[in-house]
Write a protein that binds this ligand. Structure first.
Ligand SMILES: Nc1ncnc2c1ncn2[C@@H]1O[C@H](COP(=O)(O)OP(=O)(O)OP(=O)(O)O)[C@@H](O)[C@H]1O
Length: 670
């Protein structure tokens, strides 16, 4: 069938060729005969029958040789625009004519020599005609690699060679070399990519020009026939529940269907830097919140990460189980500012802690390194402007101490994103913005030149370009899209995991939704609600269980309401204020003071019930029993300059004698 179609096409093309270019087939044989006649005339006047002396023969043959050489060279040169077969056939024809002219002129006509000449020229004429006819489309102009498209699009004419296309990750990839002197970058123009997309009938964003970084002449043309951006895949579940934060986080898929990995810590062995500060740019409705929520849930599901979510604008609108799952959820601007300011001393403390055991950067699996800290700041423009210097300092220093900070912004104009901040960030993700120029404020020049155009505005929420360590720079101009939003499933899976490990506490205003995910909630280990179950507690050689103080019995059931102990009250010098609301930071500071005062008063062990007076000051709404337990747990953490240590009995804490200087106070939301 294919062969038949081919021969029909050839016949149709040949007929059209003959109708349009009849002279092209008549001229070669006529010229061959004219050449024969010319050789006869020359042989009589100049050549074999002219009775010329040696000198005359020499200059005449020299002259004819020069003319012949000029004819052959001209034929080759003018054939440059023709297909190579036609060029060779014309060269054969003109060379045959010149040799025949020379031989017949100076050797004279014999029957054999004339016959040989006529046969050679007849063959050459037939070859020439066949070469033209076999082209089959009646057109002998040089069409180039891209055919008619190449004639319309100037830049395509400079393509010298392309390899056979191959399929890679759902893309069709062709290595391309320009003719010497031409620039591959010229192909990256939108009009060239659109012309190719139109010729191939694929989405306009599906054509990319990936320049070779080592040569301006070569690169890759990539065509994605199916645009995955139109149909983002369903969320496949948390990528590594209970794994390490060093495992890749799967948040999005490239247009080609390939997953886009997000690797937050660095890996010196792989030569990869930690991200440090990442800018997330996208206008309202571009899908930033969903991205941040997915990222926070992913990070929180890793055993060695501590997640802080700051959203002073609409954080309170986020689902309660999500807020309750975070290690620290900040929804108040002042508190967010305090937290960010406190992060700077936290950096040097973490550096000291890592340096003490010889680690130059945060190392996954190291029991002595603090947890990897993930800080997500939505609507960060305000903090960027007001705390520019702090942020620059953080961006320069947090990378190696195991802190990752995501700054979500809607605009990246100079007044909202100073160059000082932009130039210190470790990566950028650009979601839908007004146009490519806006995207160019966070994406690199090469990415934009290769065809990245994030001008989706909010028409394709979740679509993004990502320039992050650990991804192939050639993929930076490849669009990706986050999974279809499914908050219930994401939060449900996270809550189920946290419940299973005893780190999720459903409070009255934040009901336990772990069952919403369709899975039965795992049993919460017995103990204080909200207390992090730490199976290693009793095995830690540096923290052996302490003898039980018979005078200090643990609460029989820690969930029963707090009772005021029958002992002398410690004056906290804080007057109860009826309607004052305390921020989590203030609450922690008050509790710290209370512990210090207990210690000064000679008290060695405390329990949640020891804070009854603090509860009176703050109010039961602000300081429920699970919150007290959580805060006491924070004061025990070794990376926070511990103030307390858990005693062998649950719910009992030993006050340490000589606590380290007070670190940045971070912890759970109230
Ligand atoms: N990958 C995606 N596919 C389809 N819809 C998405 C995707 N990501 C987000 N959306 C939807 O887009 C809408 C806007 O998302 P989102 O609220 O995250 O945007 P935003 O950039 O945070 O906007 P704003 O700054 O106004 O809050 C939501 O309805 C969300 O469900």
């Amino acid at each position: 069938m294919g062969r038949r179609t081919y021969s029909l096409n050839v016949a149709r093309g040949a007929a059209s060729e003959m109708q349009n270019n009849l002279w092209a087939y008549v001229i070669p044989p006529v010229a061959a005969v004219a050449n024969l006649i010319l050789s006869g005339v020359l042989s009589l006047v100049w050549g074999a029958y002219a009775d010329a002396d040696t000198w005359q023969t020499a200059w005449r043959s020299g002259l004819i040789l020069v003319c012949a050489a000029a004819i052959v060279a001209t034929t080759w040169a003018v054939g440059r625009a023709r297909k190579i077969e036609l060029r060779f056939a014309s060269l054969l024809m003109s060379s045959g004519s010149c040799v025949g002219l020379f031989v017949l002129t100076f050797r004279g006509w014999t029957r054999d020599s004339v016959m040989v000449y006529l046969i050679v020229m007849a063959c050459a004429s037939v070859l020439l005609a066949l070469t033209k006819l076999m082209r089959g489309n009646g057109d002998d102009a040089r069409t180039g690699l891209f055919g008619e498209l190449g004639e319309r699009v100037k830049e395509l004419q400079d393509i010298g060679a392309t390899t056979r296309p191959r399929v890679m990750d759902g893309r069709i990839v062709t290595d391309t070399a320009m003719v010497p002197g031409a620039d591959f970058g010229a192909l990256a123009k939108p009009e060239v990519r659109t012309a190719i997309a139109s010729a191939l009938d694929v989405p306009a964003g599906g054509v990319r020009m990936v320049a070779n970084r080592n040569s301006p002449r070569t690169g890759r043309i990539e065509v994605s026939p199916v645009d995955m951006l139109d149909n983002p895949p369903a969320w496949p579940g948390l990528s590594a529940v209970g794994g390490s934060i060093a495992d890749p986080i799967r948040l999005a898929v490239y247009q080609t269907g390939k997953p886009l990995p997000l690797l937050l810590p660095g890996d010196p062995a792989a030569g990869r830097n930690a991200v440090g500060v990442l800018i997330l740019l996208g206008q309202s409705g571009s899908g930033k919140t969903e991205f941040q929520l997915f990222l926070a849930a992913e990070a929180r599901s890793r055993r060695d990460a501590e997640v802080v979510y700051i959203d002073a604008r609409k954080g309170k609108q986020l689902p309660a189980p999500f807020r309750n799952s975070m290690h620290l959820m900040i929804t108040d601007t002042g508190e967010a500012e305090d937290y960010l300011a406190n992060l700077i001393p936290d950096v040097s403390r973490r550096a000291d802690q890592m340096g003490a055991h010889g680690h130059e950067q945060w190392t996954a699996g190291c029991p002595q390194c603090p947890k990897f800290k993930v800080v997500i700041v939505d609507e960060a423009s305000k903090f960027i402007i007001e705390a520019e210097e702090d942020l620059v300092e953080l961006a320069e220093s947090i990378r190696s101490v195991g802190i990752f900070m995501l700054l979500g912004v809607q605009r990246a104009t100079g007044d909202r994103m100073p160059t000082s901040v932009r130039s210190t960030t470790g990566g950028a993700i650009c979601m839908g913005v007004k146009d490519a120029a806006e995207g160019a404020r966070v994406l690199s020049e090469e990415t934009i030149a290769s065809g990245a155009d994030p001008g989706w505005k909010n028409s394709k929420p979740g679509a993004l370009y990502a320039e992050i360590p650990g991804t192939d720079p050639d993929d930076w101009s490849l669009p990706a899209r986050t999974f279809k939003p499914d908050r219930d499933a994401v939060i449900g899976e996270l809550v189920a995991y946290l419940t299973a490990i005893g780190e999720y506490v459903a409070t009255a205003d934040q009901p336990d939704t772990s069952r919403d995910a369709g899975e039965p909630a795992a049993p919460v280990p017995a103990g204080e609600p909200g207390e992090v179950a730490d199976d290693d507690d009793d095995d830690d050689p540096e923290c052996p269980p302490l003898p039980i103080d018979p005078e200090c019995e643990p609460d029989p059931d820690p969930r029963i309401p707090l009772t005021v102990p029958n002992r002398r009250r410690i004056d906290l010098t804080i007057e109860p204020e009826t309607d004052q609301r305390f921020t989590p930071l203030q609450i922690r500071e008050i509790m710290r003071q209370a512990i210090v005062q207990h210690r000064d008063a000679g008290v060695r062990q405390i329990k949640p019930s020891s804070f009854a007076q603090v509860v009176e000051v703050i109010g039961e709404e602000g300081l429920r029993p699970p919150t007290i337990t959580k805060i006491l747990g924070e004061f025990c953490e070794p990376d926070r300059g511990p103030l307390l240590r858990k005693a062998a009995d649950r719910g009992v804490y030993v006050i340490l004698d000589d606590p380290a200087p007070q670190p940045a106070l971070v912890g759970a939301a109230t």
